[in-house]
Structure formats: C-alpha cells, structure tokens
Design a binder for this molecule. Structure first.
Ligand code: HSE
Length: 439
C-alpha cells in the first residue's frame, strides 16, 4: 500500500520532534499501520532551519500554500499556532480535501465549530479528518481516551492540570519559596511557556484545553467564550504555605463538570487534598482525571509539552489517518500491530530479567559476616547500592542485614543467594524483593 504523504506547516520545536520521531520509529510504525508515513514537504518561513532538520528527505518551501496545492499530499500538519494565518491555512487545506492534524488548541477552542463543520462538508460531503491529540496535555493521549477508551461512559467530570508552565511556577513557589516572577522566568527558559506567556499565567491556555475536553466529554459545541478563566497571577505565596499547613496543595485546574442544570466550565487555582495523586503532580508535568459512570475515577499523567512528547501525539494522529484511509484490513488492529507484522521476540525467562533487588537476611552478629556476603555478591558481579545493618537488640546475638543492589541479572542473584544461604552465619533464607525505580 502507498505511503501516506504528509505536508508539515511549521518546523519549530514540535515540528522537528515529529520529523525525528517519525524517522526514528518508521519501521515500528509501519508494523502498526501497515503502510509508511512520509513527510514529503515542509513549509517554514525559515527555510534554512527547516532544511537543517529534514536534509534531503523532504522538499522545503517557504510558502505553506504550495503544500496545500500539492495533489500528492494526503495530510497537512498545522504547527504554526495562533488564530490568524493558521486558521486560513487549516480551512484551505480542508477545502482542498486534505486531512488535518493540528496541535493548535487556541484555534480549535475558539473556531473549532467552524473548522469541524467545514471538515464534515469537505470532499463533497465525504468529509476529511481533523485530529488534535497534541492540542491537549501534549503527550498524554487524553483525546483518544475521551473519544475511544471511555466511550461507553456517561462522563460526569474532567479535571486536569493542563498547563505545565503554571504547574511549574506553583511547584517552584512551594518548594523553593521563589517569587512568581523568578519562577515564570525559569519556566520560559525551559521552553514550556506560550509565545505570549499571559496565555499560561492567566489560565487562557488551560481554558482552551478544557474547552476541547468539555466538547468531547459531554457532546457540546466548543464554547471557549463561556469558560470562567482565572489564572495564578493574584495568588499569594503565603496562600500556598497556609494551604500546605492545612493539608492541601494549590493547583491551577481546568474543570468541566456535568451538573443537573448544565455544564460547569472553569479554570482557576484550586486547593486539592495533598493525599490525592493529582495533588502530587509537580513541575511541568500534566495530569487529567476523568470520572465516568461505569469506569469510576481514572487518572492520566505525563508530559504536557516539549518536542517529542507533543510529537508523540501528532504522530499517533497520523497513524490513525493512515489506518483509516488504508485497506479495511489495516484498520486499527486488535493487538495494535498488523497481524502480518507480529514479531517472534521471545518473552524472557525470569533468570534473564535485569532489575535491582532489596535483600533482607538474618545474620549472626559476628565479625566478617558483611564481608562474606558482599564478597559473594561481588563474585557474581552484583554491585551494591546501599547497606543497612541494624544493631543487635540487647541480649540477642543476631540482627537484620538489608542490602539494596544496583541493576543485575536475576539468575546471578539466585546463584549468589544460594551461596549466601549456605553460610553458617546467615540464619534462614534471604528475603528477595525486586525493585523498580520507574523513573
Ligand atoms: N504552554 C503550554 C504549557 C504548552 O505550559 O503547558 C503546551 O500546551
């Protein structure tokens, strides 16, 4: 089957991430999709920057309309941002019968109804797809979750930390006692903030995102103009401290809730009990909670911005289009990969698994035990991360020895522990618990 041909409008941080991810994972993506996905044309006013990213792999032009006019192009990715030229180009791409993928939450939250309705009428009523996974919470697949994974539910509410810049600022203010301005500067330096940072700190960016989620959760039009929007600029550092003393964290939440009389759509600083998982989402990370009548409360966590996390979402949309416009047999496969591409990679026996370990043993409280145990571990190439040896209790001549290892092959640990357990100074068997940092 012919590769899906893609034209990219704007190759800044996210665009170059899309190119990199698609190139690096092309083989795996073809196994999932059943066909290639190829960025064959890129438009950017800075053609030198674009050429530096794509080399000879794609034609580079400065005129976005040349991409839209190219009959070879199946999909246009809009990564320009804003409401101006981006809106005109998206509508022109739709009119030209191209599918569109965009990360532009501002555009969709404000003009979404016009754009989706144009998309439905395109190609003489056959329609084109406008996909926007990257527009909300970056790499977290929350759009797909609302559209597909939770589709059986009557959704009651959605609440999320969906702006990394403000979450980073609040974390810095709480952790380091920094003032607002210093924390904002740091966030901008790290590249999280919007071109106009007032969109972040005044809650507008979060409101764009929660508006899109409200439409998907409740089947209502996108109505950004009806959202209540309050940012974090008036939040005092002392309130963050007092809330903490009372067992709460303050987060900028985007909330869309179904109540008897209608829908609440709001963004504002919110106290959340510290014991809630979402209260512990720190730095630029995003998290979204969705409550559905069947599933209960669910939580999705990940990077809400950045080159490759956002590219992850853009490329997922391309894969959806490739599957939906390919052969029927290449539509979303039940096990995610095309049946003809299922790999014979073996499942490893536990002895071959590499992980780190917590080891606890009861030992005689006598000289040289620790050296004997660590010597055996060293012979198997097992490196030690930490050791705790408890002092023997009064009147006892034995104690607990606890060892944390670095990553090692499980089989070697088994061999070492057999020797350790055979030592006369080791009493009973060794408790072994695997450890994963999940970093
Ligand atoms: N400015 C946004 C944020 C970027 O801080 O989360 C991703 O939409």
């Amino acid at each position: 089957m012919k590769a899906l041909k893609v034209g990219l409008l704007g190759i800044g941080t996210v665009g170059s991430g899309v190119f990199t991810v698609l190139t690096r994972n092309q083989e795996e993506i073809v196994r999932r999709t059943g066909r290639g996905i190829e960025i064959s044309m890129v438009a950017d006013l800075d053609t030198a920057r674009a050429s530096a990213v794509v080399g000879n792999a794609a034609a580079v032009v400065s005129d976005a309309r040349a991409v839209i006019a190219n009959p070879e192009i199946d999909v246009v990715i809009e990564l320009i941002g804003g409401y101006g030229i981006a809106k005109a180009l998206v509508l022109e791409a739709i009119a030209a019968g191209k599918h569109v993928v965009t990360a532009n939450k501002a555009l969709l939250a404000v003009h979404g109804d016009e754009i989706f309705s144009a998309a439905a009428k395109a190609r003489n009523g056959a329609g084109v797809m406008v996909l926007f996974e990257a527009a909300v919470a970056g790499g977290i697949p929350i759009i797909k979750t609302l559209r597909e994974g939770l589709t059986a539910n009557r959704i009651q509410w959605v609440a999320g930390i969906i702006n990394g810049t403000t979450n980073f600022i609040l974390s810095e203010m709480r952790d380091k006692g920094q003032d607002f301005a210093t924390a904002l500067k740091a966030a901008q330096g790290l590249g999280y903030a919007e071109t106009d940072p007032t969109f972040d700190i005044e809650g507008v960016d979060a409101a764009h995102k929660v508006t899109l989620m409200s439409a998907m959760a409740f089947g209502i039009p996108v109505q950004f103009d009806k959202a209540y929007v309050e940012g974090i600029t008036k939040l005092g550092a002392e309130d963050i401290k007092y809330a903490e003393q009372l067992g709460y964290r303050i987060k900028l939440l985007g909330i869309a809730k179904r109540v008897e009389s209608g829908i609440e759509l709001r963004v504002h600083p919110t106290l959340i009990p510290t014991k809630r998982l979402i209260a512990n989402v720190e730095g630029a990370m995003n998290a979204v909670m969705v409550q559905g009548d069947a599933v209960g409360t669910t939580l999705y966590y990940g990077k809400g911005a950045g080159s490759e996390p956002t590219a992850s979402a853009v490329v997922a949309d391309l894969v959806d289009i490739a599957r939906m416009t390919g052969n029927a047999s290449q539509a979303t496969p039940a096990l995610a990969f095309q049946p003809s591409s299922v790999s014979a990679l073996p499942i490893l026996p536990i002895e071959q698994v590499v992980t780190s370990f917590y080891l606890r043993m009861r030992v005689a409280d006598e000289a040289g035990v620790l050296a004997k145990v660590t010597g055996i571990l060293a012979e198997q190439g097992i490196s030690i991360d930490a050791v705790i040896q408890k002092e023997a209790k009064d009147g006892e001549n034995q104690t607990d020895l606890i060892i944390l290892t670095h990553d090692c092959v499980e089989g070697k640990v088994g061999m070492a522990l057999r020797q350790v357990e055979a030592l006369s100074s080791v009493l009973g068997s060794v408790v072994k618990i695997r450890k994963e940092e999940l970093a």
